[in-house]
Structure formats: structure tokens, C-alpha cells
Design a protein around this ligand. Sequence first.
Ligand code: DAH
Length: 343
Amino acid sequence: MNYNLNKEEILLALREELSDINDIQNLQNLKSKYLGKNGLTKSLMKNLKNLDDQAKREYGKVINELKNEIEDIFENKLAELKKAELEEKEKENWVDVTIPGAIRKIGKESFITKTIREIEEIFIGMGFSIAEGPEIEDAWYNFDALNTPKWHPAREMQDTFYITTDQQKLLRTHTSPVQIRTMLKSTPPLAIISPGRVYRKDELDATHSPVFHQVEGLYVDKTVSVSHLKMYLETMAKKLFGNKVSILLRPSYFPFTEPSFEVDISCIFCGGKGCNICKNSGWIEILGAGLVHPNVLKSVNYDPEIWQGFAFGMGVERVALLKYNVPEMREFYKNDVRFIESW
Ligand code: DAH
């Protein structure tokens, strides 16, 4: 029989059909038309049985070559389509890195934290270290060891949040108990400041809050005088409020110091001339201070004949109000982002 097999023609036809194909599914369909069970190469094979041995060998060889070539062509086309598909996907996922990103706001330190950090920096720069104590305190540390006898008004119920009915556990009313804790675990000389939260039974108003912050200071050495105290406090005031500020020590009373002072800074709003913020006095009170009372030294087994000290306790909110010119204390606790951002 006349077995007519033009390999080149078949391949040309295939290439033509392939040029219209641009997805994998259609490629598979076309592939089965050529190589599938009922495809072209299979039917060519079937026809071989009608040929004589010589022709069978000849054409068999050509059909095999054809089949291999067709397989190669499909393989190449498949690779091509896969690559194109991948490129298409990459295009979809393409990110324009020049578009401005979503702006995420980062938090800001509260004025209290900021003020505490500033005070810490100043004293660290003068050789002080930072000490800490618990907010739930024993009456002994908060009062007794600080020479605060039972009859002292600070021990009355309206000031102190007691935790136990025997009034032995309380929320510390000041940071002064950290003086006691520090001295008990250190050997003098020492210089520390201790920032922290304190609690008192005060109604919240423009200048009071039942929870507020103090920074305590304690300095113990062999010769310590009021002039040391004054030098450190004046340096702090100038660093916090500027070089023009001066300080004023007014005699006062605290059970744990003798002599005791209330310390003012010259009014930073009017420069000391007198205005409504300093109530025309030219001075604004920011802390209490004094020389450590001998009874306090005795309570921690420091010999008052050898050791002397000064101490102070400062209201952080008060300093922050002045420094950042905030109208009232409640603003500090509202967490109003507009307020925090406005400074
Ligand atoms: N603890 C006092 C108060 O809360 C402040 C104070 C005054 C602390 C004199 C001191 C000091 O260390 O020496 O009002």
C-alpha cells in the first residue's frame, strides 16, 4: 500500500495550530489530538500493520521520530506557557515601593514619665543612683522609721489608704520609705533618688489627685550641711527650668528632717515679679527637704554621731505643670491624645 507520511507537513500544521494556543488547558487538548489514545501518532501506528516488513521498519522509524519531535514541541510550549503564567502572576502582585506607606502613629511619653526621666538624668549626672520601693508598704517604713509618731496628723485615717484593719499595711503616702529601705541595705556614704507613685485620700481637683508621683532624694555622708542640700537643689532647678531660676528655702516642719524646709523656685512665668500663677509672691513651692533627723538614722542603725544626710521629696505633677505650662493636673491622667500631642 501507499503509505503517505510527510513529517515536515505534519509538524508545520502542528506549529500553526500551536501559535493560536495561549493557555495550558487548550494545549492539553491539542496534545491529545496528536499524542493521545485516539491521536494522530497512534493512528499512524495502527496503519503500519498493513505494510510489509521493510516498509514497517522504514515508516516505524519515521513515526517514532515524529512522535519524539511532537513531544518536544509540546514540552517547550508548556514551559513557555508556564513562564508566561508566572510572569502574569508577578505582575498582579507587583508592589509599587514608591507609593507612600500608611503612616502609623507612635506613642509619646506621658508628661509624668518625661519629667521623671529628666529629673533622673540630672541627678545621675551628679553621681546619684536610682532606688525603688514597693507601693504597698508597711507602716513601719512609711511612718515609724521616719520618726513619724502615732499622733502625727499624717497617720490619721483621712490621709492614708490602709490595706489592713490593724493599719500595718498601707499604700505609701510618700516615697520617703525608700530612704529607709535603701539605708537598711547599703553602707554609707550614699546618694540616691527614688521616683514613684504615692497615694493619699484626696479628691481629684485641679491641683490634687489620690494618686500622684514624687521623687525622693537622699544623700548620706560624714559631713553634710544645708549648703550641700541647697547646691544640689539649685543645680536641679536651673537644669529643669533654666539658669535664671533661683531657689528659696523656707523653714518648715517634717518629722523626718531637722531643720526642715519648704523649697520654692522663683516664678518661671513672671521671673519673680509677681503674677496670678505665683499668687503675686514671685515664688512657687516645689518640694520639701531638710537634714535627715538623727532618729531616722538610728532607726536604720546608722550612728548619727558619724553620719549626716540631707533628703528631699518633690511632687512630679507640680514640676510637670510648671515645666509644660499645663493648666491642671487632671489633664495628666485623661490620656487624651490631643492633649499629649499638643505639646
Ligand atoms: N515626704 C514629704 C511629703 O510627702 C516630702 C519630704 C519632705 C520628703 C522632706 C523628704 C524631706 O525627704 O526631707 O510631703
